[in-house]
Each structure stands twice: as C-alpha cells, then as structure tokens.
Design a protein around this ligand. Structure first.
Ligand SMILES: NC(=O)C1=CN([C@@H]2O[C@H](COP(=O)(O)OP(=O)(O)OC[C@H]3O[C@@H](n4cnc5c(N)ncnc54)[C@H](OP(=O)(O)O)[C@@H]3O)[C@@H](O)[C@H]2O)C=CC1
Ligand SMILES: Nc1nc(=O)c2c([nH]1)NC[C@@H]1CN(c3ccc(C(=O)N[C@@H](CCC(=O)O)C(=O)O)cc3)C=[N+]21
Length: 269
C-alpha cells in the first residue's frame, strides 16, 4: 500500500509575477492535476524577485524525488533571462519540452526528445484524433516562437507534412495560407486570420489565446483566438474554437508528459 502512495506523479509549477492570464492558466493546470490524481506543487514568486530566486526554486524541484515534472510559466519578467531559467530545468523533468536539448532532439532526424512541447503536441493530437492525415499535406504555421510555432513546425515535419512558416516579416501571408490544406495560427494577434485567407475546406487550428481587457467581466478579460472565427466558419471544413479548443488539450498534453515522466522515473513501461 505504501508503495502505491509513493508512486503518485508530481508536477511542480514556478509562477513569477501577477499576470492575470498566467494565473488563470496555472490554476487550470493545477485543477486538471487534481482531477486525474497528479500531485501538484507551486512556487509563487514576486515580479521583482531576483533571477537567482527562480533558479533556486527550479533547483529544489529538480532535486525533489516526488516531483516528475517542472514547469516555469512564461512569460517571465523582462529582467530575467528566459534561456538561463529554461536551461536550468532538469532534462528528465522538462515536461514543457523547452530545454534546449529537448528542442534540439526534436529538430534532429534520428533523435527522439524526452518531451514534446505541449501546445505543439496538442495541435497534432487534435488533427490525428479527428482522422486527418498529415503526410504530404500543405500546412501553413503562423508564428515561429520557441513555445509554439517552431516545435509545431518540427513536429509536423516529423509527420511528413510540407510546412510553410509565416511570421511577422512575411509579405502577403494570405498568399501562403490560401494554398494550405491546414492552417495553424499561433501569432498572438486577435482576428489576424480572415475568412479570405483560407482555401475552401481548409482545416483551421487556432492556438492564439489573446486576453482582451474588459473591466466589466469577473476576470477583467475575455479570450479571443487569432482567427476571425465567424468568417472562418463559412469557409473551413473544421475549426477549433477559443476558448475550448487547443487550450484544454494543451493542458491534457502536460498531464500526459508528467505521467510519462513519472513512469520513466519508476521504471514502469
Ligand atoms: N492554447 C494554448 O495552449 C497556448 C496558446 N498560446 C498562445 O499562442 C499565441 C502565440 O504564443 P507565443 O508563440 O508564445 O507568442 P510569441 O509572441 O512568442 O510569438 C508570436 C509569433 O507570431 C509571429 N507574429 C506576430 N505577429 C504576426 C503577424 N501579424 N503576422 C504573422 N506572424 C506574426 C511572430 O513573428 P516574429 O518571430 O517574426 O516576431 C512570432 O513568431 C499567443 O496568443 C499565446 O497566448 C501559447 C501557448 C499555448
Ligand atoms: N511554460 C509555459 N508553458 C505553457 O504551456 C504556457 C506558458 N508557459 N505560458 C502561456 C501559454 C498559454 N498556455 C495556455 C494553456 C492553457 C490554456 C487554457 O486552458 N485555455 C482555456 C481557457 C482559459 C481560461 O479559463 O481563461 C481555453 O482556451 O478554453 C490557454 C493557454 C500555456 N502556455
């Protein structure tokens, strides 16, 4: 009996600062952990704290044998070096997949990362579970960040899709998206993707989760995706909404990565 109690998966979250959207996302992650029986721990640090305090929190979680996943919620305050902090997370506990070695292994053929970043994994999972084949498909990915765009592109290529990447300096992005079978948007710009940007029958995955301030609401904001949903709905054959689309699946992927990590730790296949 004691043995089973010991084998509970554990996720530790480091949250720096008071951003309301980050607090909500972290709360969602912790609530999801509770629902499935993953133990969650949290270190909350102030916006003004020193980088060393964040590194100390990460280091403590790295060494805690009851913790199998360590996640540093992004964005970090401006005065902190994201690379240093993400690189300090134990490779074996990097359930976000943002450690440079995990990202490098995702990019290199013949190598397997220990963890795949959750939002990228969510996009692929949504497509595959909907019966959509990726091999040979033309996919436009809007965004090339380390968090979403880049790992999504790398993962799509692993599934043999032909990927075109659109970013802030792309001229006429609609010319790229209009020939795509699948459009995945992760730009962080509300209503960027219009109906006219899409080929008829295209499949649209909207990763954008953009808080729009509205003081009259309880949380002080509501969420909008990157895609003009009403317009896209007229053209697309399938589309994910915001909220209630990629976000909750991203959280599910985090739980899945944490479980995989705990199994690896305990030697369970
Ligand atoms: N649903 C979920 O689970 C998750 C949602 N998100 C959401 O996804 C969005 C993107 O997040 P993240 O990648 O961290 O954001 P970043 O700001 O780090 O990256 C945005 C990317 O989009 C590109 N971009 C910005 N504006 C435009 C534009 N007008 N046209 C084309 N490309 C543009 C940027 O290009 P350049 O590189 O040239 O600057 C950059 O590559 C956000 O709304 C975020 O909240 C993020 C993580 C998980
Ligand atoms: N280290 C790190 N890892 C991340 O994975 C990470 C991050 N930092 N920083 C910010 C982005 C954003 N992100 C979301 C996760 C869940 C929802 C989510 O659950 N959204 C719900 C609703 C949210 C709400 O209730 O307001 C939905 O879309 O339906 C959204 C966005 C993870 N990110």
């Amino acid at each position: 009996m004691k043995d089973t109690i010991k084998k509970v998966p554990g996720l530790a979250v480091v949250l720096v600062g008071q951003r309301r959207d980050s607090q909500t996302y972290v709360r969602n992650k912790i609530k999801a952990c509770e629902e499935v029986g993953i133990r969650s721990l949290m270190a909350e640090l102030s916006e003004e704290c020193a980088e060393d305090e964040v590194l100390n929190a990460v280091s403590e979680f790295n060494q805690d044998p009851s913790v199998h996943g360590v996640l540093v919620q992004l964005p970090l305050p401006q005065h902190m070096d994201e690379d240093t902090i993400l690189g300090a997370v134990s490779l074996q506990k990097d359930v976000d997949g943002f450690h440079p070695l995990n990202m490098g292994n995702l990019a290199l053929r013949g190598r397997e990362p220990l963890f795949i970043p959750c939002a990228a994994k969510a996009c692929i999972e949504l497509l595959l579970r909907s019966g959509i084949k990726l091999k040979g498909k033309n996919v436009a990915v809007i965004g090339r960040s380390n968090v979403v765009g880049l790992p999504t592109t790398l993962l799509l290529q692993r599934h043999h899709a032909t990927v075109s990447v659109v970013h802030a300096f792309t001229n006429n992005p609609e010319d790229v998206t209009r020939v795509a079978d699948i459009v995945i948007s992760a730009a962080g710009v509300p209503n960027l993707v219009r109906g006219s940007w899409l080929k008829r029958g295209a499949i649209v995955i909207d990763v954008g989760t953009n808080p729009i301030e509205d003081p009259s609401l309880e949380h002080g904001y509501y969420l909008r995706g990157d895609v003009c949903y009403e317009e896209a709905l007229q053209v697309a054959s399938a589309i994910t909404p915001v909220p209630g689309g990629v976000g909750p699946v991203t959280v599910a992927m985090l739980l899945s990565n944490t479980l995989d990590s705990a199994k690896r730790f305990y030697g369970i296949s």
